[in-house]
Design a protein around this ligand. Structure first.
Ligand code: ZN
Length: 73
């Protein structure tokens, strides 16, 4: 039956969408863990180039960043 086939395709597409979301979440978790290991460093969140604080959203997105958005390549 066509409808059964369509819902099966839907299920497969939902599965890959969920897996993609899971992968994104895992990547974020890994980055946050990296941030947690660095948070005790005195220069965490401080731009290595201009010594200004790095914006928090940038740190959340790229915890490994050592330069602010203005000094980033
Ligand atoms: Zn900077």
């Amino acid at each position: 039956m066509l409808s059964g086939r369509v819902s099966r395709i839907d299920a497969i597409q939902n599965k890959s969408a969920n897996e993609a979301a899971l992968l994104t979440a895992r990547n974020k978790l890994v980055k946050l863990n990296i941030a947690l290991t660095k948070i005790d460093e005195p220069n965490f969140g401080i731009c290595r180039k201009c010594s200004k604080p790095i914006a928090v959203p940038r740190l959340m997105f790229l915890p490994e960043s050592t330069r602010c958005v203005n000094c980033a390549d």
